[in-house]
Write a protein that binds this ligand. Sequence first.
Ligand SMILES: *[C@@H]1O[C@H](CO)[C@@H](O)[C@H](O)[C@H]1NC(C)=O
Ligand SMILES: *[C@@H]1O[C@H](CO)[C@@H](O)[C@H](O)[C@H]1NC(C)=O
Ligand SMILES: *[C@@H]1O[C@H](CO)[C@@H](O)[C@H](O)[C@H]1NC(C)=O
Length: 374
Amino acid sequence: MAVTTQLLLLASLHVLSVAAQNNPTTQGVKWLEKGRSVLVRLSTPDLPLWNKEEQIGEDIPSALILNFTVSADNKTLLLQDQPFMPPHTPPRLSAPQTSQSLSEFEHGTTLNLEDLPVFDLDYDRIAHPRDDPSIHYYNYYPKLMINLLGAGVAGHNALLKDMEQKVIKITLRDWNTVRSASTDPPNHSFEIKEVKLWERQPGDSVNPDDLKACTLKSWRCSDFGDHPWYRYIFRQNFDEYGKIGSFRHMLHQRWATLYERLGFFRITLLILVVASVILLPIPYALYKGGQWINAQHRARVEASAAVWKDNDEEVEGLLFADESLENMYGSEETESKEVFSEKQVDGNEAEGSAEKPLPPVTAKTADAPEASEK
Ligand SMILES: *[C@@H]1O[C@H](CO)[C@@H](O)[C@H](O)[C@H]1NC(C)=O
Ligand SMILES: *[C@@H]1O[C@H](CO)[C@@H](O)[C@H](O)[C@H]1NC(C)=O
Ligand SMILES: *[C@@H]1O[C@H](CO)[C@@H](O)[C@H](O)[C@H]1NC(C)=O
């Protein structure tokens, strides 16, 4: 009896802890304008409070502040003034750091963000569904997850691996899809529906070393197969040419270097030269092709002239009821039979000239081009 109670107690404790784990909170979420602009205070146990004057980290609890705001035209969700949803190419993000406690943040007057130290961020971002314009959504409620993975200030960097740190999830609503489907291209009219902070799950704290290596074998080294390509944005892995190590990055960098060295004028010249080297064979091939067609045509004309001349004497009226050259070729089939039967009577070269419409005398000169035509 005692054992069962204990077991039950354990079981209910377990259920409780699981429930607590998955229970999202809105603590640290502060609306500046309902539905349009919201600040999120994200506690970062791994980050010391940066002292700007002395350029050192102090062992004081601190948090980063993120600003999610819908753009003036309602088409885009901005994070720290950068387009973030629909999922654009991942931006470089930075965030001010505060030592304000949760209640100070929630109830105090808006803090002056200008004076705060600013950290550059590494992050994990997922948008769902990703914005595929070919899919038409009714009642479109896209969701966005952002999980900060690292932060750096003044050359000091830290990974944010503490399980106490939260994951931000945002739900948007697209008012242009309420009674109609989304269009292609999409014409969003976003409202921020919901912002919540969720417990981290095992696997949510990612090391840059955990990610698969980026090599020249891959064009982009993307995390998934279409726009916006990347989920894990570590600053060390990206620069202005894209993901470091990828083939695309190499090309962009080479091109930029070339452009820098040569300048606009010489680059244009180079392109012209390369293009002409590649394209010149085309006019040449056309010229050659034209010549060949011409030769073929001339050969035909000569051949038919020969047929005309020879047959004129032997089978007059049989072949050339029609004057036109085209029709003469059209009637070749019957013509060859006629001539052939005549030759069989002769008994000469029956096999060799079976297909040839001409009398033996002219066969050598006139037939060659025609045979190659078949
Ligand atoms: C954006 O949405 C707000 C309501 O959230 C609305 O008042 C405003 O007119 C919208 N602006 C545009 C350009 O659609
Ligand atoms: C939040 O961001 C918006 C636009 O990105 C900006 O206009 C606004 O001033 C910011 N608010 C704060 C408190 O930083
Ligand atoms: C996009 O939606 C807005 C309302 O949010 C509307 O005024 C505008 O005409 C739409 N534009 C297009 C191209 O459909």
